[in-house]
Design a protein around this ligand. Sequence first.
Ligand code: ASP
Length: 272
Amino acid sequence: MRHLITIDDLSDVEIQNLFYVTRSLKSGETEYYSRVLNDSSYLRNKILANLFYEPSTRTSSSFAAAMHRLGGNVISINDVNYSSVAKGENLQDTIRTMGYYSDIIVLRSQNEGDAKLAAEVSEVPIINAGDGKGEHPTQTLLDLYTIQEKFKTIENLTVTFVGDVVNGRTVHSLSKALKRCNLNYCETYDIDKLPPSDVYYLTRVQRERGSKGSYELTRDHVAEMPDNCIVMHPFPRNEEIPQWFDSDPRASYFRQMENGLYIRMGILVSYK
Ligand code: ASP
């Protein structure tokens, strides 16, 4: 049994193997896909528990969709206020309980370190779907996959993070992974000083964690960006990326969402 708590739980080779499975699932073309994965009952009789202490649209839905597409079932506690948590149950007791009813637990929690705590008592694998301002490793996997899909490599690229790099868990996990991949990465606190980059990774100001302020991508900023770059965002977005940018070929956040499904299918396949 293996938990996925931090992106460092996966080696570079494991990440590339996961990308191979993801590519197979997305294209439906490789021999591996026809031999092993072209089977909608691949995870028949397996149950995933989605346990969310914070709001989610993409992570919870894509994990549920991934499980359904592979023939498995899902127990969803998408609002713990309707569970025994509202009666004061602690995380460990909830995790132990869900472990009796499921084969894998996808956990989003409010506090950094909760996923590790859960793993310590869990009888089934814990997938960290975001622990407070800590990490969000499955988001990082889909982010890296999206970068590799575009540039055919994840080496020798320049990545600029814009936004709430202090409280944004997606930035924490992705920057950890990028350091391992020998990428160049920059952080900027000034949207008017965007360095030339291959990837601009914008994030929302995490108001629920006490962050303040706002910023917005303008037509002037966009005019300065290289033609071949990509603009990423883990979503939800607020005002930082206006909708007029969505039709720009460099806007890559919808591709991230799509890739999230295949990455999460790939993760579930590897836990079979
Ligand atoms: N959805 C991402 C997360 O859960 C990004 C965000 O909420 O800003 O971390």
